[in-house]
Design a protein around this ligand. Structure first.
Ligand SMILES: C[S@@+](CC[C@H](N)C(=O)[O-])C[C@H]1O[C@@H](n2cnc3c(N)ncnc32)[C@H](O)[C@@H]1O
Length: 253
């Protein structure tokens, strides 16, 4: 979905004590931020955050962080968090690719991914929020035996995710291709309500983190080293070209 840019969103959000546009300095300090040691759950790609808000109202003894890369949608959730003065919710603006720069190992207990973009083209699969690359990041920030709950309207994403989870050391504990709206404990998200109105089936996978070898983790995260090397190589090339240009100017008669 293409969203209209809302230049007022960030300034409005920055007024809130419950929002962080630059959450990197919170890494390892989220308990202090909430002022208690209740477990912390994270929703990745929360949109307007309605799911997190419902959870936060239902479970005041837990803390919730809702994150999304689009301030244009987050802003509406944050308004409700402020109106209701929900003490156990924080919202952050960031991309999932940076999660381990914002959370220390073991800071998160449960993680939710709801109606993420299916990225159906093979070349784009790596962008899926359940791709093993992302699952490896979720491993880095969660407790042992953490749980991940995933819902989607997309059959292809559901089917592929059934292989992604075990590939990244998550055991599938529950799966269904027809999640009932009133499934025990089910909390409907904004997109889920829309899809149900169209009579579309809702798919769900619950998974539990199990041990995974360091070698496999290194494999899953190797792309980051390659990407960093590539960035460093481009930077070096740019400097070399700049230097050559400067020295040719000096050398000119
Ligand atoms: C289809 S919406 C679903 C919103 C909400 N979870 C729901 O179920 O109602 C998907 C959301 O994921 C966010 N998103 C996609 N890729 C992301 C990424 N790499 N990091 C953070 N958020 C992302 C999008 O900005 C969008 O708001």
């Amino acid at each position: 979905m293409r969203l209209r840019h809302k230049p007022w969103a960030l300034p409005e959000m920055n007024q809130s004590q419950r929002f962080f546009a630059d959450p990197f300095d919170k890494k390892g300090h989220w308990r202090e931020e909430f002022g208690n040691d209740h477990p912390i759950d994270l929703e990745v790609g929360c949109g307007r955050g309605e799911f997190t808000l419902k959870l936060a109202r239902a479970y005041p003894e837990r803390n919730f962080i809702a994150m999304d890369l689009k301030n244009e949608v987050l802003v509406y959730g944050l308004r409700k968090v402020e109106e209701e003065a929900l003490p156990n919710v924080r919202m952050i603006s960031m991309k999932a690719e940076d999660l381990d720069r914002v959370f220390a190992p073991g800071e998160i207990q449960r993680l939710f991914i709801n109606f993420a973009n299916p990225w159906p083209k093979a070349g784009h699969n790596k962008r899926r929020l359940t791709h093993p690359r992302f699952l490896a990041l979720y491993r880095l920030i969660t407790i042992d035996a953490a749980s991940v709950e995933f819902k989607t309207d997309d059959e292809g994403l559901y089917t592929d995710s059934l292989t992604y989870f075990p590939e990244a050391g998550f055991e599938v504990t529950f799966r269904t291709q027809e999640l009932a709206a009133d499934h025990p404990g089910n909390i409907q998200t904004e997109y889920e309500e829309k899809f149900r109105r169209f009579g579309m089936p809702i798919y769900r996978i619950d998974a539990k983190k199990v041990p995974l070898s360091q070698e496999r983790m290194d494999d899953l995260l190797a792309y980051r080293t390659t990407a960093l090397r590539e960035m460093a190589r481009k930077e070096q090339k740019k400097h070399r070209e700049q230097r050559d240009e400067e020295s040719s100017v000096v050398a000119a008669p």
